[in-house]
Design a protein around this ligand. Structure first.
Ligand code: SAH
Length: 396
């Protein structure tokens, strides 16, 4: 096994159990390693720090698999880590019975580069790093053993793989395509999940609890759901007794799935749902010009900034939509607003939204801080894991 030697002092973050080793921390590699190979990690003085996956193409040159210098990284290692990850979900009552569930949340579950989401008896896995890619077979086998699932599909078709020098990979790792659609029940609402063509692994599981919150808040309100994707928030608003729900997205296919999802739920009052295929930035202005007013506005946009380097541009975009959303709110109305940009932290997001309120001439009060659901845990040693942050605001 090759040995990765750090520059003096660069062991500090590893000792705090942060799993990433950037190129600037690496002094040299003793021995030969191919992408994804396991390497020993040692401080400049030779102190053993653990074992990591080597990613020569990436600025994150290595990711720690283990902080124990003598832990063997083999099939049994993945079996243990995957089983522990699945067991953590089973131990939380709000997660135990979920049909749609994130089983592995990468770094925060001790498995950098590994995402696994369960939809009924189908598991979708996404491998984003050279290390994860190398252990595909062990990870799939461990998932099958830990869950007893009927099939496993790989959705490793994300942009970040190119930073690792990896191609897109998709296909069945276990079992075969099910007959008919994959449909999950989420908080009493049936949702179709397009694991092959949908976003991420097909569905935004991270917003499950926040969608439930919308059901609690929606009664008799006029709701505007911006960036609705397949209408998760919209259908919970209808389930919660909303007077009307306007759902907006620029993606025709997402809206088509959204309307199919509505049809899957005959208990909901379909006549209260209105759809707009539109660019949110432009349409918020149009709605204002038309004199529309809403009692609850949801803003769940896509990532505007992957890294802090793009935070400026992202900040302008967040400010724009939050300002215009506030202007559409009736006095006392609610704004549920999110950022899932890694480059914008909770503090910055709050400042941006505060600036939007100021410019909109409205007083906005935080009544709740919102986060990803419990199956998207955040390892305290890995603050980057906290990508989703939201605010529930009451706006005078
Ligand atoms: N709230 C959703 C997830 C939203 S994902 C849920 O709970 O499932 C973000 C969505 O924003 C995607 O569906 C994408 O098509 C849409 N989108 C991206 N840019 C947009 C724009 N400028 N205007 C409207 N929709 C946009």
């Amino acid at each position: 096994m090759a040995t990765l030697i750090l520059h003096p002092g660069k062991e500090k973050s590893v000792l705090r159990r942060h799993p990433w080793l950037f190129s600037g921390a690496v002094a040299r590699l003793d021995g030969r390693a191919r992408p994804g190979d396991t390497v020993d990690v040692v401080s400049h003085e030779g102190r053993p720090l653990g074992r990591a996956a080597w990613s020569p193409a990436s600025q994150i040159r290595a990711r720690m698999w283990s902080f124990a210098a003598d832990e063997t990284i083999d099939h049994a290692f993945f079996k243990r880590r995957v089983a522990a990850s699945v067991a953590r979900r089973a131990a939380l009552p709000e997660l135990a019975g979920q049909q749609g569930l994130r089983l592995i949340h990468a770094e925060s579950d001790g498995l950098p580069g590994v995402i696994a989401d369960r939809y009924g008896d189908t598991v979708v896995v996404q491998l984003t790093t050279a290390g994860a890619d190398k252990w595909r077979a062990a990870i799939a086998d461990s998932l099958q053993k830990a869950t007893g699932c009927a099939r496993i599909y790989e959705r490793s078709d994300v942009e970040v793989r190119s930073l690792e020098g990896l191609e897109s990979v998709t296909g069945w790792l276990h079992g075969a395509a099910p007959e008919g659609d994959i449909v999950i029940d989420e908080s009493g609402v049936r949702m179709a999940v397009d694991i092959v063509g949908g976003h991420k692994t097909g569905f935004y599981l991270d917003q499950r609890e926040n969608r439930r919150r919308v059901a609690q808040l929606a009664r008799d309100r006029r709701v505007l759901n911006c960036f609705c994707y397949t209408a998760g928030f919209s259908l919970q608003a209808l389930a919660g007794g909303a007077r009307e729900v306007v759902s907006m997205d620029s993606s025709g296919p997402a809206l088509a799935t959204a309307q199919r999802n509505l049809a899957l739920n005959p208990q909901l009052e379909a006549a209260r749902a209105l759809w707009r295929e539109a660019d949110v930035f432009a349409e918020l202005r149009n709605l204002r010009a038309a004199g529309e007013r809403y009692d609850l506005v949801i803003l769940d946009p896509p990532k505007f900034a992957n890294t802090a380097a793009h935070a400026d541009r992202a900040a302008r975009a967040y400010k724009d939509i939050n300002l215009h959303a506030m202007q559409l709110l009736a006095p006392g109305g609610l704004l549920m607003t999110y950022s899932c940009s890694g480059g914008v932290d909770a503090e910055l997001f709050r400042k941006i939204v505060a600036g939007a309120a100021l410019d909109a001439g409205r007083t906005a009060r935080v009544v709740q801080h919102l986060h990803g659901a419990a199956d998207h845990p955040v390892d305290l040693a890995f603050p980057e894991g906290e990508y989703l942050k939201g605010l529930l605001l009451q706006v005078d």
